[in-house]
Ligand binder design. Structure first.
Ligand SMILES: [Zn+2]
Length: 201
């Protein structure tokens, strides 16, 4: 076992920071040291922001988004197109689409994708809630913004089947050449999807 270089309080801080995604033990030590050096400027406001967020964060009862109000800011925003629901696997995907200003609609967070290998079935995801939202009269289109992976596409097919009866258009994201992408660097799957889904110039 390596010798501790600091007291248990600091070691605990390092251990907790090391559990964050993208931070290993080495960067956790650097982050902890940085926080300690910037105690007043950074550590104190961070501690208080963590505390406040922990107390106030809720999961939106309508869409599954994370926010400090319920229903969330997105659901209560009247300027959004009420006829479109963008279906995402995770809140991270919702945030990514919002950062890109990709669509001015409402969302539905599934909480993952179907994955028989990992034991994730329909009952583990917010699929029932999505189906009932899809039947609301103002909803005309569901955009399935799911990963282009086997699990993502399995989930998309499953949802599409369930919506056979509903009076909504079900669309999915285009697959193809990324913006700024060079053809020579693309894998065969992406290239053949791009050719199959070519559009009129
Ligand atoms: Zn919401």
């Amino acid at each position: 076992m390596p010798t501790a270089v600091a007291g248990p309080e600091i070691e605990r801080l390092i251990q907790l920071l090391a559990r964050l995604p993208g931070l290993g033990p080495r960067s956790a030590r650097r982050a902890a040291l940085h926080l300690i050096k910037k105690r007043e400027l950074l550590m104190a406001p961070l501690a208080s922001a963590l505390q406040t967020a922990m107390e106030k964060i809720e999961i939106c009862k309508t869409c599954g988004n994370i926010d400090t109000q319920n229903p969330c800011t997105v659901c209560t925003d009247a300027r959004r197109d009420q006829s479109i629901i963008v279906v995402v696997a995770d809140v991270a995907d919702l945030w990514a689409l919002e950062r890109a200003h990709a669509v001015n609609a409402r969302y539905h967070v599934l909480g993952g994708t179907l994955s028989p290998l990992d034991g994730v079935g329909p009952q583990d995801l917010a699929i029932d809630a999505l189906i009932s939202r899809a039947h609301e009269p103002q909803v005309k289109e569901l955009i399935l913004a799911l990963n282009a992976t086997v699990d993502g596409q399995t989930t998309a097919h499953y949802i599409t089947e369930l919506l056979h009866e509903a009076n909504v258009k079900v669309t999915r994201l285009a697959h193809g050449v990324p913006v700024g992408g060079e053809l020579d660097y693309l894998d065969e799957g992406t290239l053949s999807a791009a050719i199959k889904q070519r559009t009129l110039f």
